[in-house]
Write a protein that binds this ligand. Structure first.
Ligand SMILES: C[S@@+](CC[C@H](N)C(=O)[O-])C[C@H]1O[C@@H](n2cnc3c(N)ncnc32)[C@H](O)[C@@H]1O
Length: 268
């Protein structure tokens, strides 16, 4: 279903939610709050550190590379990547978030290295074979994957890499239905921000991987998920994450219980 602006209903829901959030942010944020440290990746919180480090390691040197960030929100990651030398295009369906992104790029003197564009990724019309790196953090579960993935693969250079860090629920459908049953939701409410988002499942993962000729999936956080149920100290959380790395590496069946994946996708 499409609107008169050729956005789907789902894309309109997404922009409404994130425009409202951007308006709240814009009302209070000061330019000094928008400063990004070029020597420290912009981790939103401790949960993201380990898998984002892994994802950044896959990018190699960024100098002169063309990078597309999908679902860039208020532009923190796009700005950081531009400060590391990349030429960045950040796209999002929320004009409000993009306005914050432009402010952030200006506050960090990289407006000439990063441009922000309002478009759903599903219909982004940039040239074929254009980007060395395509990246998104926590975005796939907001997308219409069947349309988005071929479009991303089309814009990626043959020697390029697409990197997605994503929360997943890879258990069989029965458990998925149980997770979203009224009883379980009452005790453990869903953290969804938008009405249509749904965590990536194993069928989505297969669809994503099919759009590329080469794909690797690395899973993160198993016992560290405990932090959803009780507050863990930084030390305990770090220990659990290290134990999880070991389990997820040497006991592959545990991977269906992992909380996050980083997808490394290539088309050559
Ligand atoms: C969970 S937020 C993540 C934002 C940012 N990547 C971060 O880590 O803070 C999801 C973002 O995806 C954007 N989005 C949703 N649907 C989209 C689409 N079809 N194409 C591009 N961006 C989209 C939303 O507007 C929102 O800014």
């Amino acid at each position: 279903m499409t609107t008169s602006h050729t956005r789907t209903v789902r894309q309109c829901h997404e922009s409404e939610v994130y425009d409202a959030r951007a308006a709240e942010l814009a009302a209070t944020v000061r330019d000094e709050d928008l400063v990004v440290d070029s020597h420290k990746p912009p981790y939103p919180n401790r949960e993201h550190v380990r898998f984002l480090d892994y994802m950044f390691a896959q990018m190699g040197s960024l100098a002169g590379k063309r990078v597309l960030e999908i679902g860039c929100g208020s532009g923190t990651l796009s700005t950081y990547l531009a400060m590391r030398g990349a030429d960045v295009v950040g796209i999002d369906v929320s004009e409000g978030m993009l306005a914050l992104g432009r402010r952030r790029a200006a506050a960090n003197d990289v407006s000439s290295k990063v441009s922000f564009r309002a478009s759903p990724i599903e219909t982004l019309d940039m040239p074929d074979d254009h980007f060395d790196v395509v990246v998104a953090n926590q975005v796939l579960h907001h997308l219409e994957l069947a349309a988005a993935m071929p479009n991303i693969a089309r814009m990626l250079r043959p020697d390029g890499v697409a990197l997605f860090a994503e929360p997943v629920l890879l258990l069989p459908n029965f458990f998925r239905r149980l997770r979203y049953s009224r009883l379980v939701l009452r005790r453990f409410p869903s953290r969804a921000d938008t009405p249509d988002e749904r965590s990536v499942d194993k069928d989505d993962l297969a669809l994503i991987r099919r759009a590329f000729t080469g794909s690797e999936v690395r899973t993160f956080q198993l016992t560290a998920r405990l932090q959803n149920f009780r507050e863990l100290s930084n030390v305990v959380f770090a220990r659990l994450e290290r134990a999880d790395d070991f389990l997820l590496k040497y006991l592959p069946p545990t991977r269906v219980l992992g909380r996050y994946v980083v997808l490394v996708l290539r088309s050559h």
